[in-house]
Design a protein around this ligand. Structure first.
Ligand code: IPD
Length: 276
């Protein structure tokens, strides 16, 4: 049987919607919160339940495909990206937001073939905003095509970044130094935003709500879908040092224009992280 990109896309949208409904139903309820690598790295039963649902749904339809899922990796399954069709899943990006009922919570699903994203779905299930992209066909929010803003300089930009989950003193020092370098004089950015979801930060840049976003320490499941959505919205995606993006390297810089990306690169310092 010949599988098509349209079938992958339609399945992914339907699965994201159903996963989102489960998250939405749990959003206002009490949650039992468990810790992963640190007290700043949270997981709930909903993350685990929704990941199992998503993976089982794709396994039924596409039995030869592979999977990388945040909670499966946390449970000890190896995180290995080959050239085979691989679904990369963050069932609940923005777990800290979910725990605190801050309404930036997303289901992130990407299909990667030959190590490049072909389908990207990011669904903010609380605000009911569905971001979608198929390679070569543009990016959409609730079915309406989106493109990035055209800002070319930090001093006219709204920039997203995050505190991340690694708050070791030397790491936090660089995170704050990078924010200071962009938010401070000379050439201060309009402001800095932390949405609490890497996937939604990338979608905010894709739709022109922010002009750029960078972070060190994210994982491939946080960004795989958002990368394609931003690229298809005419944005640029790179390693923060300006080199070609390596999606397993746990760092990202996305921007509306190459000029803005260049200036951010020149104003921030690198944080060393192990690879996925
Ligand atoms: C987190 C979010 C957050 C980022 C963290 C991620 P999770 O993902 O994307 O914005 O700062 O680095 O771990 O754990 O909520 O899926």
């Amino acid at each position: 049987r010949l599988e098509s990109v349209d079938e992958f896309y339609e399945t992914a949208v339907a699965v994201a919607r159903e996963a989102g409904a489960t998250i939405r139903a749990a959003f206002d309820k009490n949650k039992s919160v468990m810790l992963k690598s640190a007290s700043t790295d949270l997981v709930t039963e909903t993350d685990q339940k929704v990941e199992a649902f998503i993976i089982n749904s794709f396994k039924d339809k596409f039995p030869s495909h592979k999977f990388i899922g945040e909670e499966s990796v946390a449970a000890g399954i190896q995180c290995e990206l080959t050239d085979d069709p691989t679904w990369i899943i963050d069932p609940l990006d923005g777990t800290t937001n979910f725990v605190h009922r801050f309404p930036f919570v997303a289901v992130s699903i990407a299909l990667v073939i030959d190590k490049a994203p072909v389908i990207g779905i990011v669904y903010n299930c609380i605000l009911d905003e569905m971001y979608t992209a198929v390679r070569g066909r543009g990016a959409f929010k609730n079915g309406v095509q989106i493109t990035t803003s055209q800002q070319t300089a930090v001093n006219t930009a709204l920039i997203g970044t995050e505190f991340g989950s690694n708050r070791k003193d030397e790491v936090l020092a660089t995170i704050l130094e990078n924010m200071r370098s962009l938010a401070g004089e000379p050439n201060a950015a309009h402001s800095i935003r932390c949405l609490g979801s890497a996937a939604l930060n990338l979608c905010a840049v894709a739709s022109g709500a922010m002009d750029a976003y960078f972070e060190f320490g994210i994982h491939v499941w946080d960004i795989a879908a958002g990368i394609l959505i931003l690229q298809e919205a005419n944005g640029v995606v790179r390693n923060p040092d300006g080199t070609e993006l390596d999606i397993m390297a746990r760092r990202i810089l996305g921007a509306c224009t190459p000029q803005l990306a260049d200036e951010i690169t020149s104003r921030i310092k690198n944080i060393v992280t192990p690879r996925d």
